[in-house]
Design a protein around this ligand. Sequence first.
Ligand code: GLC
Ligand code: GLC
Length: 657
Amino acid sequence: MYEQVSHALLNDILDEFSHRVRREDLRHFYTRLGANFYAIHSLFEHLYGHREDFRTHMVNLTERLAQAYIEREPALKRLDMEREENHNWFLSQEWVGMALYCDGFAGNLQGLMQRLPYLQELGVNMLHVMPILRCPRGASDGGYAVSDFRDIDPRMGSVEDIRALAESMRRRGMLLTLDVVVNHTSNEHEWACKARAGDAEYQNFYYCFPNRDVPDMFEETLPEIFPETAPGNFTWDADMGKWVMTVFNHYQWDLNYANPAVFIEMLDIILFWANQGADIVRLDAVAFLWKKIGTRSQNEREAHLILQLMKDCCQVVAPGVLFIAEAIVAPSEIIKYFGEDAVIAKECEIAYNATFMALLWDAVATKNAKLLSQGIKNLPNKLDRATWLNYVRCHDDIGLGFDDADIRACDYDPYAHRRFLIDWFTGAFEGSPARGRPFGVNPKTGDARISGALASLAGLETALEQDDPHAVDQAIDLILSLHAMILSFGGIPLIWYGDELGTLNDNSFLEDINKAADTRWIHRPRIDWNRAERRHEQGSVEQRLFEGLKHLIAVRKNTPAFADFNNRELIDVANPHLFVFLRSHPSVSTNSVLVAANFDATPQYLDLDELGQRGLFRFGQVFDLVSGESPALFNNRIVIPPYHFYWLGNQRARSLG
Ligand code: GLC
Ligand code: GLC
């Protein structure tokens, strides 16, 4: 019955706009719309069906989809069809990503285009260009406060430049990822300006309140995201004479998704960037999309419905385009952003693996893999056709969002353990070589997070300063081991720009009034291209890191067991310093790979007898895929040097040419 209602509505809508939309080849559009309309209509009705103007919005939404489809270039439509046929294409081990700030990496978009060969030299073929849209001149949260969702920041270039970049990348077989900041706009956005001028329609795009009644109720349960720089969750706008919800910075106004017009506008923007050539759209801060009094207003069920609806709509217009969920939340919540069902309730194909990232840093500080293994053991299974974005560092801070139960299971006290990690990474702990800075310190809750460049957190900065070659060697080994973990875990590895060269903390942000209070800027570098040249000087730190990483990337691409088909098995070993897992090959079991990393400063043994039935690694010849050598074996135990890892296979890696 319900399906009939939806069907009849679809017919009416198509009828209505067959008078207005020019006759194009809409064949594929109609097929996809037909296949997805029931889901789209149901979700839209669930969210907005109580409104009198529901039907008008429903018609408007469908028309926008048709319009976006008509505007989609033939080359992109062909790509959509190829990807529909080979719908697991992004699970391959061949993808390796890098995220970067366009200005810090290459000045502007044209500069970035000229640097594509550098990325290819390293083996990177997926690029996340951090926000480049028009944003306020002063503080803009690194571009995450957008003033115009359809225009490029003139300092970076133009929409033409991004189209040219996308095209050049397509020819090179590289994927382009762009952000759509779906949760908020800058206070300089046209909608905010209209709201401020008193336009009720646009005030309804945000959460605006004449007095503190509602804000006070919200704040009883809302946590603070930036307690130091932007305490509270509401900002008084004197021009408007109202409080506006600003969960992040005071200049980032939260969008009101209870208003269907907001949903339609934001979807249209996603499709706009898909049509400029983005292969992947990173949806920022998705956990925050729905606000409810009396809750933390994160991970609400409606936030998931909105994402499903976005996915279904994108499936109609640009089915080749993937979504990344940026939801830095508890492991049991992160997993939900893939959707509840791969077919009928899909959300994002890719999600940040913040859990793994934070756990890796725990292993670095504790020099053991207890919490890392425990946390990964309890990481829920994900859907098919969904994959992780695995990273060691990114533009944001490191949050210590582990599960308290997991911390206790390792015999640590959650509060004391987090305190230790902060002390370790800020160098306050005796003997720690780390050089991070605290971020988001909240005296009310005792929470804190960590900023800092990978190399500085891993001890390279201290080692270089002390001119200690042994410590430099160890830091390099540790950095490469961390890269190796994200390259072999299963998912798309995402390298943070500069880390391929061992870029250290950059303290120059302290001199910029718009940045000084936000320590995340310490790890958002400007690449020194003269220094980058040293990657060609045998034995330099830059060369050892760049060449080391480049080799690991090449081996990954050549190792089908590293593709992500939920083919990872964590292996419990007695030695707490080791993190061990098996990546099985989908069809040829002898091509499976055993990953084993030692986080300790002394050599550790991996007892092959502990591998049980995974007997192919016992006694026989095992090879490290990275070096092509057999590691030292003693009494059926493999010796793993300090801060070292192995990718063990039964066969010598094929020549990498
Ligand atoms: C995301 C971004 C972060 C930003 C926040 C607010 O979490 O990764 O950098 O501060 O959203 O836009
Ligand atoms: C919080 C948010 C996350 C954001 C980060 C920025 O962790 O949950 O979305 O990236 O803050 O520091």
